[in-house]
Ligand binder design. Structure first.
Ligand SMILES: Cc1cc2nc3c(=O)[nH]c(=O)nc-3n(C[C@H](O)[C@H](O)[C@H](O)COP(=O)(O)O)c2cc1C
Length: 367
């Protein structure tokens, strides 16, 4: 895949010295589906009163132990070595989207070396980094971080229409005095970002020599609308509870606020721009030009229209028929065991037999 990527970049741009390749290192934690058949086999940082039932976490044996974490740290070190040998320029030690290392940032109630204090909750990052360096591996390091999170949302069943799930609403905080399970939100009011610990985490990255940070938000599993704002959410998730532009503005605003107080060497990549559709290049230009972010990373738009930035930068018109309209098939497909890709717009995916299967799955879900 790496060779194909380098060749394609060379063919498109006539050079490769501007190409930087990252391998993302992650453990899917609560959302692990490691075996054929795709059943959830969760490994979690702690029991979660709201997420446990939703993702089949029902047993204390699913809590990953400190001993297992020590093995996991050495697996990250081995993976970073493999990444170097396979030609990655850097590895991203992923701390976002509800996956394991992100969940550990909210493990305030966990006892032992990896829970409780901020220092303990960030021990995995420190030990993975020191392990990679102790291995003599000079590879570049980056971190992808969910800068803020919300309490989980569920579809409002009273507003379901024509078999389609209702708009999202926050769940389950009524009985809880505080919601201490996430990261980057006000513990007493978990729909309000609180960036105090987020900033502390950025300082930690800086101290560890990690200056490249991609900021994202929340999780696609329980708050997709803050993470990847969409007009048409995946078939198994709630309808947008807010105008998706609000989600885009929230993410760009948080990135701007974090960058404003971070050490100047820190390089921030912003995310969540695809819902801007044909205005994506304009907004990206404005945020970079105003110094709110160093760079903009693209998710869904790149699946639909990989050349959009090249075309915008060279002054060509944007092809409106190729723009991602956030139909979320790229997410609905893998949730149903099908390959991810842009089924509505990419001719390759459009013509695959899986496209028909996806259509049926969506119809069954009322979409
Ligand atoms: C189909 C699909 C797969 C994704 N896979 C990953 C992944 O492996 N790692 C990751 O950090 N983010 C992943 N993301 C999230 C994106 O990187 C990005 O944060 C999100 O799509 C919002 O940006 P956008 O508005 O440009 O799409 C994925 C998103 C989609 C739609």
């Amino acid at each position: 895949m790496r060779d194909a990527l380098v060749e394609a970049h060379s063919a498109a741009h006539g050079r490769t010295d501007d190409l930087v390749i990252d391998f993302q290192l992650t453990h899917s934690g609560r959302y692990c589906r490691p075996n054929p058949g795709g059943a959830f086999e969760p490994r979690v940082a702690f029991r979660h009163p709201l997420l446990d039932a939703r993702f089949r976490d029902s047993d204390d044996s699913q809590i990953i132990t400190d001993t297992e974490l020590r093995i996991l740290i050495s697996d990250y070190v081995k993976s970073a070595r493999l990444a170097l040998e396979r030609g990655a320029d850097f590895v991203d030690i992923k701390h976002c989207h509800g996956y394991l290392l992100h969940e550990f940032l909210g493990a305030r109630g966990r006892s032992g070396e990896f829970g409780g204090s901020f220092e303990n909750r960030t021990r995995l990052l420190r030990e993975i980094v020191s392990g990679i360096r102790a291995d003599g591996n000079p590879i570049g390091l980056g971190v992808r971080l969910s800068a803020f999170d919300f309490v989980p949302f569920v579809p409002d069943a009273s507003r379901a229409r024509n078999g389609r799930l209702g708009p999202g609403m926050p769940v389950g905080i009524d009985g809880l005095e505080t919601y201490p399970f996430g990261f980057g939100h006000d513990l007493a009011s978990p729909l309000v970002p609180d960036l105090t610990e987020t900033r502390q985490f950025i300082e930690l990255c800086h101290a560890l020599g990690i200056t490249l940070i991609n900021l994202t938000a929340g999780s696609p599993y329980y708050v997709p609308h803050i993470q990847r704002p969409a007009a048409f959410p995946p078939s198994d998730r709630h309808q947008p509870p807010e105008d998706p532009l609000v989600g885009v503005a929230r993410q760009t605003g948080v990135v701007r606020a974090i960058k404003a107080t971070a050490p100047p060497e820190m390089v921030f990549v912003g995310t969540g721009y695809s819902y801007l559709q044909e205005f994506l290049p304009n907004v990206a230009q404005a945020t970079v030009r105003n110094g709110w972010v160093a760079s903009v990373g693209l998710g869904r738009m790149v699946l639909a229209y990989p050349e959009i930035v090249t075309e915008a930068v060279s002054g060509r018109d944007i092809a409106r028929t190729r723009v991602c309209r956030t139909f979320s098939d790229c997410t609905t497909a893998p949730r149903n065991g099908l390959p991810s890709g842009c089924y509505p717009l990419d001719p390759h995916y459009k013509s695959m037999p899986e496209a028909e299967q996806l259509k049926k799955t969506k119809q069954a879900a009322g979409v």
